[in-house]
Design a protein around this ligand. Sequence first.
Ligand code: RIB
Ligand code: CA
Length: 316
Amino acid sequence: MKKIPIIMDCDPGHDDAIALVLAFASEKLDVKAVTVTGGNQTLAKTLNNAKKVLSYIGKRPPLAAGADKPMFRELEVAEAVHGESGLDGPILPETDYKEERTFPGGERLPAVDLMRRIILDSPEPITLVPTGPLTNLGILFTAYPEVKKNIARISLMGGGIESGNWSAAAEFNIFVDPEAAEIVFTSGLPIIMSPLDVSHKALMMPGDLDALRKQGGRVSVMVAELVEFFYQYHIAQGFAGAPLHDPCAVAALIAPELFKTAEYHISIETKGKYTTGMTFADRRFWTNAKPNATVCLDIDRPGFIRLIAEACKTYD
Ligand code: RIB
Ligand code: CA
């Protein structure tokens, strides 16, 4: 079966790390590169976390660091959720894994230039899988609009139709960089959107965590430790389990049968006093608003958990 070539753009981040585990385990995906943005923590920390997670699972794809702040705003991090390191919980070994360097002086290749090179050189249209603020994609489409001709789709985690999490109206990834999100949602490219409406149902429960620990294996144990930490924040908020947001963006590509979706036109609020970062869907049936996103709204939770557990086992 032909694999889907993808670029993961992330801000590890506990759930980003699990999304990387899922993506690299799948027979259906060919991860061409990983790019990193500031988000859950500063860029220096999310980059270091990406290196440690990828090294730990035995993968060293082309890697590049992107934006250290949103396009037009200051960076807001989610330290309360992901900890001081951005990946508190498991102790992962340091690594000598380095970002791509192709300039004569050996400077780091910026994420958008790595993305552009891979996209334009690919014989197959590339799928972008952003699981953090959309700053790298916003810059990519602005600086190099020609890349759009060889992008198949975007499968992203972000937004919330019924509610936000970082504010009452806005989900964190979109809240951090709404202008970049607006560029993405007006790009004209096919979008599969995994908002909070689905990721708050993609819960790993304590029993699932026990089963993951019992199945053993170094990646299963790492994922269990990631979820264990991530769960503490959410249990305090009253969640029955840990919402695995970012793996939804990968699962939507490799196991679409797990999801119930709707076609909506999504607009991004960039100016609202209370609503900046809101992703609002035009659901007026009489306006025939042209949809710009396939929005995941429900999930087969046990099937999703099985997918994650099976993925962890592939590393044993
Ligand atoms: O709101 C959830 C999103 O924000 C996830 O991508 C999580 O990693 C954080 O980036
Ligand atoms: Ca993320």
